[in-house]
Design a protein. Structure first.
Length: 94
C-alpha cells in the first residue's frame, strides 16, 4: 500500500461537537476547582496547627472551601446534564 492509497482512505478531520467541547471545558474547570480546594485545605490545616492561629483567616478559609464545594457540585451537575441531554446545552454555549 502506498501513500496515495492511504491518503484516499483517511477521513477528513472534524472538530469535536459543541457538547464534547463543553464537556472538556467543564472537566477542566472541575479539575481546577479540586486543585484549589486541596491547596486551600492544606493552608487551613497549616493555620489550624500553627502556634499563632488567626481565627479570622481560618473562618475565611473554611468559607472558601464551602464555596468551592458548591462550585464543584454545580459543575458535576452540569456535566451529568450534558451526558443525559447534550443537545439541550448547545444553546447555552457562549
Amino acid at each position: 500500500m502506498n501513500i496515495q492509497e492511504l491518503e484516499r482512505r483517511l477521513e477528513e478531520w472534524k472538530a469535536p461537537s459543541k457538547a464534547i467541547q463543553m464537556m472538556k471545558e467543564l472537566c477542566r474547570a472541575r479539575e481546577a476547582l479540586l486543585e484549589n480546594k486541596t491547596m486551600i485545605s492544606n493552608q487551613l490545616h497549616a493555620m489550624e496547627h500553627s502556634a499563632g492561629q488567626n481565627t479570622m483567616i481560618i473562618k475565611r478559609l473554611k468559607a472558601l472551601i464551602l464555596f468551592i464545594d458548591k462550585q464543584i457540585l454545580q459543575t458535576e451537575k452540569d456535566i451529568k446534564a450534558i451526558i443525559k441531554k447534550p443537545s439541550h446545552f448547545l444553546s447555552f454555549r457562549r
